[in-house]
Design a protein around this ligand. Sequence first.
Ligand SMILES: [Zn+2]
Length: 281
Amino acid sequence: MIHEIAPHKLHNEFRVQSPKPSDFLVVFFGDKSLLKKNGVSFEIPKIEDFNQGNIPCHYLFSIDDAAYFLADLSISKELVESASDDYVLCPARTYRYMGDPLLRMGGATAAHIAHWESLNRFCGRCGSEMTRSEKERAVVCPKCRNTVYPRISPVVIVAVRNGDKLLMAHNIDNPNPRLFLISGFVEVGESLEQAVHREVLEEAGLRVKNIRYFGSQPWPFSDSLIAGFTAELDGDDTIHMQKEELSEAMWVKREDIPEYETDVSISCCLIENFRRGFTLE
Ligand SMILES: [Zn+2]
């Protein structure tokens, strides 16, 4: 999964520090990042790539000794407009496909923070311009002291098993045509387990039992933290698919499931875990 970078380490504790020329500079404009072309791939630019004096930017985090900075919104338009043809604005999902696992993790995490900052320039309570806190990762209203932390919305995803079959589905919004699993945002007032019950019932019309925690994954592309579960069908196996959410939902036999790469998402890890023969107790 993207966040599994051991033995390398993400240092995400809040710090205030100045950039070095070799540090990464994430330039976020609209909902896209400015990336440097490298053949058919992309790189995250560094401070030294820009012919500017002191670029207004702030420290985000480090991976090992490599620090990531985010260009202030006040300068990002100028940086984008003055960039050479070697640079291109890319959606945050581009980070997902970067070959270097450290750049993939660093870029995606930086884009998550940048997206949150871009949505919180003004106070939602009184409309004043927000300022960055000097003691924690938050923005603060100087007038009414409203404090806003990065948005991390919980999501559940579940591998529902029916004997040697797995419940697989395709979400209508997913450009990837492959089948994945039932998932959804946790609603107000419910636990993770209750969200699993509700999502499976809503999207596939099925009941589940024996819900077991599998693992979790930060998913910056939807400002989420995904909690993965396994579960077992409880009762009738007739699928009633929610057509507003899914284009397909079906039981797939273990031997008919193709191999899924496990280096990016917890969804693929759950599918592979079933395909390779996990059993519920
Ligand atoms: Zn305010």
